[in-house]
Design a protein around this ligand. Sequence first.
Ligand code: AAL
Length: 406
Amino acid sequence: MNRDTQTAFPYTVTDDTKYRKLSAAMRRSFDHYPAPRPEDNELYSQFRYTPLQGFDYNDGDGTLTRRDPSMVIFENGKYYVWYTRRNTAPVQGPEKHTDTIPSADWDLAEIWYATSEDGFTWEEQGVAVPRPPKPYPGWRSVATPGILKFEDRFYLYYQAFSEPPMVRGDYCPVAASWADSPDGPWTPANEEVVPTGAAGEWDQYAIHDPHPLVHDGKVYLYYKSAFNRPHALWVAQGLAIAGHPLGPFTKHPLNPVLNSSHETAYFPFKQGVACLSICDGQEHFTIQYAEDWVNFEIAAITELMPTAAGPFAPDAFTDTGDGRGITWGLCHFTNAGNDWSRQHTILARFDCDLSRDIHDPEMKRSHYRYSPEHHFRFGLSRQQRERIDRMNRELKLQHGQKESGT
Ligand code: AAL
């Protein structure tokens, strides 16, 4: 087709349409995304949320929090999940913390676990990883677990705080424990398994949200760090690879591998890996894909994503090279009672269609109908309203001067 004298874009799109001269936006639809329309895009989904049964939160008084769930796994005929559990006095913030009063919602925490027959009703089983004694990493708090099954042994990776979080910063390395059963007992390695970077490196202070998968016979552990303080804070994701779950881990030379996202969830998809880039950063609210497990491209843009998602990915550790995708997992909602003096986080379930094995048109819709009341909850601040009032006054003044010729 002569692109200079081409006819108007056709009403009916055919396989030939993508060969015509297209605008940048339409070219993206045909060349960049897995399918031109979200309805046909296997890596696009909306998300549906369900409260969980079986978890008590002390009437939301701020003394009991559960957050940052691991991936969900299926063993012994049931589902398992691990999470940060804090059962302390209410959070008083970095300035008022003590040895017993937490500085943050994930301070003075342990790693607990729960099981479920259906993914909706859960039974808390108890502590998996307690805080170790000083001087082992994590003596102040262990939080934000990632689960791995590797050669029939189970590994828990977790943030290991040796200082109260959010005082100097949210600074910690990642430590690990292992067990021959998902029910434990868990043996701590009692050392940093994924250390922070060297001075001056982007991840010099923190290795957060450890998310292990198995690829190419190795452990691919994705993690978050934040850098560029005190200027323009930037949150991004790194990758560390090891032949054995307890390391040594080698950080990828192209780190950071994602330019955005906080509490990101990863899952094998086809021969590559997909991820939910959930909040923070230029590319938040996107679903991304890396065929080489390193170089991610945006596969879909979505909204109302599950915060701190821990997906159920049956092939997370089976290294099939043919990832099937996900349909559900757990996530969390912080400040569940909307009262920072009683700050606590609750776990919840999300469902989606990011799977090659189902097609759920309800999950492929491209907008939610948020009520007016939902929008009005996110109103102007006092400063924003003052700026608008000032702009109104300046406009009237300018027009008044024009009319009076002054
Ligand atoms: C979460 C995670 C990490 C942070 C804190 C607890 O969203 O990113 O675990 O340290 O918040």
